[in-house]
Design a protein around this ligand. Structure first.
Ligand SMILES: O=C(O)CCC(=O)C(=O)O
Ligand SMILES: [Fe+2]
Length: 286
């Protein structure tokens, strides 16, 4: 069968390109406010609400919100976490969230297998084999995670046309330096597909590729995600193909996160210094 231009896969070649590109070039070529300022449109934040100090966030006046001109409905938010706040979220992802049985390892209640953890699900658990959520397969979404995503979505939606979202399911992804995440869309949220998906990055950096609704619709755009960055997928971007072709070792990570380490910080640093953690949250039901 011949391949027509309509079904030409534009995603995989770029995935392979970033998979192999020297790290220094990844930092230059993946879009960031510093390297590609014209691709981001600054959205002034006008809402001021009291933010619970336990969420590890900076005052809202310091947050920088941008809409991404290369992907309709995609928002990028930086400068919203304090360093101590990021350390606290990394600590939870290392010491609390993986201690349960909904992980790639099954039961990890004693956290003995942390080095081999790849994902943990919270709230409604995603069934990776059948690509569904089940009403009965549910544990409580940790309060602090629900509060964090509600706070951020509230601020973003008050300044954009992004709808509000009730967080019901979270996936925590753990990446080693050589890990990748293949191209996919997140479409299992039944009747909540008009609701945004929010995604937090901690630890080392990543190249995040976002393309179209099919792999052939458009060439994907590469975004640089660093520790503390947040992206929100809403509107057209909510159902776009995306992937992580590359984790990048961030030379500044120690300075950003772990100056003056106490004993617990040392444990966290020994894990995160060569990893990246992503937490993403979705509404599942209407
Ligand atoms: O690690 C990331 O930034 C993306 C994760 C993701 O796309 C997913 O879990 O569905
Ligand atoms: Fe995804």
């Amino acid at each position: 069968m011949s391949t027509t231009s309509d079904d030409l896969d534009l995603f995989t070649p770029l995935f392979k390109y970033f998979r192999r590109l020297p790290e220094i070039n990844c930092f230059k070529e993946a879009y960031s406010i510093e390297t590609h300022p014209t691709l981001f449109e600054h959205c002034p934040i006008t809402l001021t609400i009291d933010v619970d100090p336990s969420l590890g966030l900076q005052p809202i006046t310091t947050w920088s919100l941008y809409s991404c001109k290369f992907s309709d409905g995609l928002y990028f938010l930086s400068n919203s976490f304090t360093s101590a706040g990021q350390r606290q979220w990394i600590d939870r992802c290392i010491n609390i969230y993986p201690r349960q049985d909904k992980t790639n390892l099954g039961d990890n209640s004693n956290n003995q297998h942390l080095a081999r953890i790849r994902w943990a699900t919270l709230g409604y658990h995603y069934d990776w084999t059948n690509k569904i959520y089940k009403q009965g397969d549910h544990t409580k979404l940790p309060n602090e995670l629900a509060q964090l995503s509600e706070t951020i979505v509230k601020v973003i939606s008050s300044n954009t046309n992004c709808p509000m979202m009730q967080p019901e399911a979270a996936i925590v992804n753990y990446y080693h330096i050589n890990s990748t995440l293949c191209a996919h869309t997140d479409h299992s949220e039944y009747d909540a597909l008009t609701k945004p998906l929010i995604s937090f990055s901690f630890g080392n950096s990543a190249v995040f590729l976002i393309g179209g609704h099919t792999k052939s619709e458009c060439k994907p755009s590469p975004i640089l995600l660093r520790t503390g960055d947040i992206i929100l997928m809403t509107g057209a971007s909510r159902l776009c193909f995306h992937a992580i072709p590359r984790i990048l070792s961030d030379p500044l990570l120690n300075d950003i996160l772990y100056t003056n380490m106490d004993d617990n910080d040392k444990v966290c640093w020994s894990y995160i210094h060569d990893k990246r953690i992503n937490i993403n949250l979705r509404q599942v039901y209407a």
